[in-house]
Write a protein that binds this ligand. Structure first.
Ligand code: HEC
Length: 169
């Protein structure tokens, strides 16, 4: 073989080696990516699963079944209503005794009490403002009044009634 043929063969095999290395690297990268991507579920396989787990039928329970359904719905509604704080009463005294009094009876944490006209002084802000502060919470010089007395299920109307009751005392 002539000298420049040898030289060519050397370079050519180096190029082939390099290309082989690139190929191996691409194969491993492909395997790695293939593992990290979740396999796609085919539409027909999905449909088969849905068909397999579909209920085989339903029961028609007649008029009595309808009545029971109605009764269950009524019971659920009653339970939801019972969730409203203090059974939804608009009696300020009940809410005051059950919630606000915890602070406003003793004056703990700087809460103004009903005694001694402490609320008279605050009435200067206007009743609307006091109700707003009781609903949204208020931090004044005396302390922290939590929003809705700390019970978010007390409604705006209930707070209004309670503040009115407190002011009336
Ligand atoms: C955790 C204790 C706490 C509870 C419970 C609480 N309060 Fe208060 N309340 C305070 C404190 C303390 C202040 C005084 C805040 C201040 O002026 O620094 C206050 C102030 C107020 C004020 C006057 C706000 C103003 O603008 O001056 C009103 C009205 C009021 N409370 C209503 C209520 C009502 C109604 C409830 C029940 C739903 C209630 N509070 C429950 C602690 C409480």
């Amino acid at each position: 073989m002539r000298n420049y043929d040898l030289e060519f063969l050397k370079r050519f095999s180096l190029v082939i080696l390099f290309l082989l290395a690139v190929m191996v690297a691409l194969i491993f990268a492909g395997i790695h990516l293939g593992k990290s991507i979740p396999p796609e579920v085919s539409k027909s396989a999905q449909q088969q699963t849905v068909n397999r787990i579909a209920p085989t039928g339903s029961v028609y329970a007649g008029a009595e079944g309808d009545l029971r359904k109605q009764a269950a719905a009524d019971a659920a509604l009653a339970r939801a209503k019972a969730n409203v704080a203090f059974g939804g009463t608009l009696d300020g005294k009940v809410i005051y005794d059950g919630l606000c009094g915890a602070c406003h009876k003793s004056g703990s944490g700087g809460a103004p009490t009903l005694a001694g006209g402490q609320f008279k002084a605050r009435l200067a802000k206007g009743e609307e403002t006091l109700i707003k502060h009781a609903i949204e919470g208020f931090t004044g010089a005396a302390g922290v009044m939590p929003a809705r007395g700390g019970n978010p299920s007390v409604s705006d109307e209930q707070i209004k009634a309670t503040v009115e009751w407190m002011l009336a005392q």
